[in-house]
Design a protein around this ligand. Structure first.
Ligand SMILES: [Zn+2]
Length: 338
């Protein structure tokens, strides 16, 4: 179906690579998504095969968007894992080892004939919210993505902060617990924020409480042999289950501590919370409690002027933020106004 939006050209191709799927979109010069979709990553086939399928899928999207390939100025590519941004090379890819050590920027440039802007997925998401999402009225944005893990992205005055070693903006790995019993982060180090506030961690903490005999309506899900998700925890919390509510509030307090530390280094205009774990967002009671608890914790720990001025809110672009942000970074470096 042709796009209902009249595109503002040039357009950009945004690509957001994840462990299970790759989201791809055609984004116009105003940051509007003209057509988008996703393909399976199938990392075991290797990165060259992935690039071929990205370009093949993109040609279908161009038709859908009514945009010619000549009108695509550049490609923005966001990937997870460790990388060398300056060299345009992937290093270690979590759960997608078939792409390890691939020189993806130059390969994609050669295959497509377009310049490629390369960023990590956290910064791509943050740039999307900074460009046309919840952070669009601010000069600096910190984005924390709460899902299986905890992603981070920092945009300061139009620059995605990737650092000298491509390890900047790693908000999920700041230390919030230096005690002897600190939880171990999936990266292997103790006490990192991700080990406390990811969806995986929340489910783990709830399971520990249930095993310790705490009473909760959630225990029926486990005794039925099912698994537990953060959606279950949100739903049971919404229905008044105390353990679920307390666990969500605990997560918010821990996250609020982490956000305070990040604010004291970056001093952003806004901290945006993205990802699948939002407990229903600002439309639901648990989402509101989650957000308010974070704000309250930050207020207790930060300087008065930051408590007053720094906005903390949910993201608005949903799962589109990654490819839209990647396209935005491509526009920044290769667009007409750059
Ligand atoms: Zn870590």
């Amino acid at each position: 179906m042709p796009s209902v939006v009249s595109p503002l050209l040039p357009a950009y191709l945004g690509v957001d690579v994840g462990g299970t799927s790759i989201k791809i979109g055609i984004v116009d010069d105003a940051g509007r998504s003209l057509a988008h979709g996703k393909i399976a990553t199938e990392h075991e086939k290797g990165a060259a095969d992935g690039v071929a399928r990205i370009l093949e899928f993109s040609s279908g999207l161009l038709g859908e968007a009514g945009v010619n390939w000549e009108d695509v100025r550049a490609i923005g590519l966001g990937t997870p894992g460790t990388m060398d941004v300056k060299e345009g090379k992937l290093l270690h890819m979590p759960n997608m080892s078939g792409w390890d050590f691939f020189p993806i920027r130059s390969y994609l440039e050669n295959e497509s004939g377009k310049p490629v802007a390369f960023v990590n997925d956290g910064n791509a998401a943050a740039y999307g919210e900074y460009w046309v999402g919840r952070g669009s009225e601010h000069d600096s944005v910190v984005m924390i993505t709460l899902g299986t893990g905890v992603g981070g992205g920092i945009i300061m005055h139009d620059i995605a902060l990737h650092g000298d070693n491509s390890h900047g903006s790693e908000c999920g790995h700041i230390v919030i617990d230096s005690g002897p019993d600190a939880r171990i982060c999936p990266c292997g180090q103790p006490g990192h924020l991700e080990a406390y506030v990811s969806a995986t961690s929340l489910v783990k903490r709830v399971q520990e409480k249930l095993r310790a005999g705490e009473v909760s309506s959630l225990s029926s899900l486990l005794t039925e042999g099912g698994s537990l998700t953060t959606l279950d925890i949100a739903n049971h919390g919404e229905q008044g289950d105390e353990l679920a509510r307390a666990s969500i509030i605990e997560t918010a307090v821990l996250l609020g501590r982490g956000i305070t530390s990040i604010m004291h280094i970056i001093d952003p205009g806004i901290v945006v919370l993205g990802g699948g774990m939002n407990f229903g967002g600002s439309e639901s009671e648990m989402g509101k409690i989650f957000l308010e608890t974070i704000r309250q914790t930050v207020t207790e720990l930060t300087f008065p002027v930051l408590a007053e001025n720094t906005i903390i809110d949910f993201a608005t672009l949903g799962s589109s933020c990654g490819y839209i942000g990647a396209a935005g970074v491509a526009r920044k470096y290769f667009g007409t106004t750059s």
